[in-house]
Design a protein around this ligand. Sequence first.
Ligand code: ZN
Ligand code: ZN
Length: 603
Amino acid sequence: MWTASQSLPLLLAPNAAISLLDKCHTLSELRQVHARLVKSGLASNPRVLRRLLLCRARSPNVSFLSDSNNVHECFLLYSRMLSRLDDLHGVEFSLPSLLKTCGKSSSFFQGRQLHAQTARQVFDRMNQRDVISWNSMIAGCLKAGDVDLALALFDEMPQKDIISWNSMIDGLMKCERCDLAEKLFESMAQRDVVTWTAMVSGYVLNGHSDEALELFRRMLDAGVQPDATAIVNVLAAIADLGFCDEGKWVHAYVCRSNIKLVSGVLGSALIDMYSKCGLIDNALSVFRSICHERQVGDWNSMISGLAIHGLGRQAIEIFDEMQRIGVEPNDISFLGLLKACSHSGMIEEGWLYFKLMQERYRMEPGIQHYGCLIDLLSRSGLLEEAQRVIEDLPMEPDVVVWKSILSSCVRHGHVDIGEHAAMRVIELAPHDSSCYTLLSNMYAKFGQWEDVERVRALMKERGVKKIPGCSCIMVKGEVHEFLVGKEMGVGRREVVHSKLEEVIHRLKLQGYEPDLSQVLVDVEEEEKESLLSVHSEKMAIAFGLLNLNKGAPIRIVKNLRVCGDCHSFSKLVSRIYNHEIILRDQNRFHHFKGGSCSCNDYW
Ligand code: ZN
Ligand code: ZN
């Protein structure tokens, strides 16, 4: 009769098995031995099992638990072993490394149920659960997205240190549960700088920039000195909101608090903030003060900043300088450059840099680089050339690519190509309202009202909501929001509307004709004119004229693209009222001054 002892003479005794285990250096060796042990029946021997389990803890050069490509297998092995052990003494030594290993690996998510359960079992059976094990366990659950289990464990935890609270807040924010993080934060008896930073960064991560800024103010009021991470995050929030006064204040705070304005993360964040708040000169001066440190991130931020201001030539100069002094550009540098070319209509240069990145720097363009090139070509009306690039794409075109084609079709009037692009966008992002809006705008422009109705019905059927236009203006430290279709406060509405009427009247005397083709619904001409006049940026400009000092720049941030009529309106206001208007729309900046715009009507 065949027996295990005959075919595997080496594994006759547990001692032999243990010495073999001790010789394992990799997971695959360990797996082979484990298979033999199973066959021989020795795998259920408690002594052998314990050795299997603890071989990493006892012999650090056997790294079977940190062989991160094999996390899944590690866990299987681990759980099999656990199910046979009664006394779990010593297991806790493996737990932290196991949880760390799983955290590093994306495969964690696939098997997270099994993993969470396995880990939970170990945890439940551990004799001594110290605060570190609790914290690791909770962090593991949050990383796996199991918020309920994390919360339950947190409640159950006998002693919580500040690290427990902080990692709970951080994890909840990463699980997009701002509400739960807030609740926890408010109930904390003691908070440290990490707590505040976790909240500020969490809000930024979840796109709640206004809340991030608000909390940062509270942090300072509470007398907590923010660390560099909190400042980088609040700068990102300010950049998103476009509030330059706040940004200047934070910059001054950085200088005042002797936080070294090093290049790299903080420097890039400042350059980015100033660019997105419309203060490109401030961005340049920050850049000049740190660029000698030659961090590629700073140069990239500067190139992208100049790009959104339509300062393509200057962006190219920065790139030339970068090459001259030997700062190695990366893929983000080229993305910034291509954007710069796209926002300034520089077709020849766009192609040049697209080729340069491949030929001289041996970089493969990603979908975003192709996206910029396609955007540049289609915006310039070279739709056929753009389509050829799409046909030769080495990857599937994404939503951004099709959207740039679609918006150019609306502008240049190619209904067929536009329809095709719209269908692709709707396939890829069925709930993105902007595509339906663009498509319906295109039909409306050519008077195809039945098609407009069709798109509207489709949106309704799918529950897609149109994003209303919204413009913000900061006056005397306070933000005022103008939203299409939303009532303003009592009294304010009348004042703003009558000012707007007065402005339009004065503009008309100077030759302003409302561009009714921008009204994309089938209504009477007169009604079209009143629909145009309630565009949010016009109301914000009227409000600025009413409340700002004479000649002070009017700074507006808009969530959508500015329409052609509002664009000519703003140009005229800048000349007739002698106010500079700096308008940031969804894509870029428009600096209106003396009757013209920095975008040269190319947007
Ligand atoms: Zn408009
Ligand atoms: Zn413009």
